[in-house]
Structure formats: structure tokens, C-alpha cells
Ligand binder design. Structure first.
Ligand SMILES: [Zn+2]
Length: 340
């Protein structure tokens, strides 16, 4: 059976003032809202797929307060994990990650994967201009867009948001479900509620409401530095960890490790300290364990085997356990196979 979601054809009364703690007074369930505009090529926007990442709600409140009375372009707005939102969590213990269960997911079919399948069927049944999924990082990161298909239109979409963009292909993310259908990108807007992230995303969405078409030539490198993520670094459940070098833990990191986001770490820089043999688990996008190819442990110090760029490092321990410590990026090269 599919998880239930509501469908609306207008914004519910009270939309502009709703907060996260009381979101279910307006949206008791995930909700797909269709708003008709002058240009009927829809902009699909998903928000709150991760319940604690509320910038997308603020963005759509502001953009729609400005434009809903005379919308330049139709919008399909999907309000995602409202139960986790009211608890300020990425997802609840009894839930799956709402951004890992879209068509193409590695998860076995369940109520939430079926709901996303249905949402995508509805969206694909409409003329689509672009699909945007709005997120936050839990660690300190620059704002950037992620694309799963590096075609020129998507690169231009990413460049409209930030000068750094990432190519990622985690199975089951919403952006991937639109590949081949319309340009699609995930926006990472800094920490939840970061005013600069909200401003940047509002400006971006407003541009998409009036843009006629995206350029079909890829942007030059000065406009977009594209990196790609093939790898994520997880900490196995049984390994204790702290962001404090003096702590009594299996794995220890510098307290300011978030400053390494989007910087290059070479094979001679210490990434972390450990008293166990295999303190981290590195997986590629197919879920294969590639730990021993990517990192080495020498005298209790962890090193990368190749120069890479960590991104989305978080010090939020729950997020580390539910998702990962960070992703490891390299410059995007067309037809590039990951060099581990
Ligand atoms: Zn997210």
C-alpha cells in the first residue's frame, strides 16, 4: 500500500504564516499542491523531504507571497516529510529517508517508495519546465546545486545557483527521478534557515518562474566548477566517534573539521585519528565497500589515498548515523570513471 498524500489545487489558508512545529495543522500528510500560472510548463518544487531542512518552506512562502496572485509559471509543490518536520528531524525512526526512495531507489518497495512513484507519475503527466528540490546542509558548506545528470541544461541550472556544483548519483533521490524528463537540480542552501541561503534560493526560483529556456551549451568553468561525488564515508554503528582529539573514542576528528568542506585534502594530510583498524566505511554509489581503496590507516592516523574534496561534512551525530559523515568529491570530467 502507498503512503497517503493529499492533493490540493490552491495554497491552504494560513500557508504564509505556518512554522515547522505546527506544520501538520496545515499539512497533516505529505501534500502535492498544483498552482496554475500563465506559462503552463510546470516548475516542480519539493521541500521538506528532510524534515529538519526548512529553508525550502521559507523560500516558497516568500516566493508565493510575492507571485501567487499572478503566477508567471505553473508550480507543482510537494511538501514532503511533515511528520519529521514537526519533530525537527531528517526522518523519524519508523520512516525511510524521503530523499532516497524516489524511482530508481535501491530500497525495496514500500509505502513511501510507492508514494514517490505516484508523485512522479503525476508530475511526468504534466509539461515540465524544471524540477528543483530544496535542502540544507547540517554542516557549514557553501551554497551549491547538485545534479544527477551533467547534461548542459542541468549544468546551466546549477550555475544559476552557485559557482560550485556537484554531480551525484545516489539512487533514489528526487532529482534523479526527473532525468530525461526535464532539467533538475537539488539546492543545498547552507544551514537550515540561513538567511543568505533563503535569499539565494528565492532569487533562483524567481528566475525559473520567468525564464523561457536554459542554454543548451555547457557553462564555462569560470561560471561553474563542477565536482562529482562517487563516494560516501560512513562510520560503522559499533565505532564510537568524537570531534575532539582528546576524547576517549575509537575515532577522533579535529573540532573544526567542517572547515574542510569543499577544500582539497591530499594523501599526506591527516583526516582523522583512530585506535581501531577499520574506523570508517566508504561506499560507492552502488553501495559497494571500497574503503581499502580510498583510505589507509597508519600509526593511528587516517589518510586518503588520492587527493579528494570532502563535502557535506557534518558534526551532527544523528545525521552521521542516519546518513554519513561526508561525501568525497573529485573534479567532474566527462566519461570519468572514479579513480579510487
Ligand atoms: Zn537534505
Amino acid at each position: 500500500m502507498s503512503e497517503h498524500f493529499d492533493r490540493l489545487h490552491a495554497l491552504p489558508e494560513g500557508f504564509f504564516g505556518i512554522g515547522t512545529a505546527n506544520i501538520r495543522s496545515l499539512f497533516p500528510n505529505p501534500t502535492l499542491i498544483q498552482l496554475d500560472g500563465r506559462d503552463q510548463r510546470f516548475l516542480f518544487v519539493s521541500i521538506l523531504l528532510h524534515g529538519n531542512e526548512y529553508t525550502g518552506l521559507r523560500v516558497m512562502q516568500r516566493v508565493l507571497a510575492e507571485h501567487a496572485h499572478d503566477l508567471p509559471r505553473s508550480i507543482l509543490l510537494f511538501v514532503g516529510n511533515v511528520r519529521a518536520t514537526e519533530s525537527n528531524l531528517r526522518f523519524l525512526p519508523d520512516q525511510v529517508d524521503y530523499n532516497r526512495c524516489w524511482p530508481g531507489t535501491l530500497l525495496s518497495p514500500g509505502p513511501t517508495t510507492k508514494m514517490m512513484q505516484r508523485v512522479i507519475e503525476i508530475a511526468h503527466g504534466q509539461p515540465l519546465f524544471a524540477a528543483i528540490d530544496i535542502h540544507n546542509n547540517t554542516g557549514r558548506n557553501p551554497h551549491y546545486a547538485c545534479i544527477t545528470d551533467p547534461r548542459a541544461e542541468n549544468q546551466n541550472l546549477a550555475a544559476m545557483f552557485s559557482r560550485v556544483g556537484t554531480v551525484f548519483n545516489h539512487r533514489g533521490v528526487s532529482t534523479m527521478a526527473f532525468d530525461g524528463i526535464c532539467p533538475a537540480a537539488t539546492l543545498e542552501c547552507g544551514l537550515p534557515g540561513d538567511p543568505a541561503g533563503i535569499d539565494n534560493a528565492c532569487h533562483f526560483i524567481e528566475q525559473l518562474l520567468t525564464l523561457d529556456a536554459l542554454p543548451t551549451e555547457p557553462p564555462p568553468r569560470e561560471t561553474l566548477h563542477l565536482v562529482e561525488s562517487h563516494l560516501s564515508m560512513e562510520i560503522p554503528e559499533q565505532i564510537s566517534f568524537e570531534f575532539d582529539l582528546d576524547a576517549d573514542a575509537d575515532l577522533r576528528f579535529e573540532p573544526d573539521i567542517e572547515n574542510r568542506n569543499f577544500t582539497l585534502v591530499d594523501p599526506h594530510q591527516v583526516f582523522g585519528y583512530t585506535r581501531v583498524e577499520r574506523p570508517v566505511l566508504i561506499t560507492d554509489t552502488d553501495g559497494h565497500d571500497v574503503t581499502d581503496q580510498v583510505v589507509r590507516v597508519e600509526d593511528g592516523k587516517i589518510y586518503l589515498n588520492n587527493t579528494m574534496m570532502p563535502a557535506m561534512i557534518t558534526r551532527d551525530k544523528l545525521v552521521v548515523r542516519q546518513d554519513c559523515l561526508c561525501h568525497l568529491m573529485q573534479d567532474y570530467l566527462p566519461n570519468h570513471e572514479a579513480e579510487l
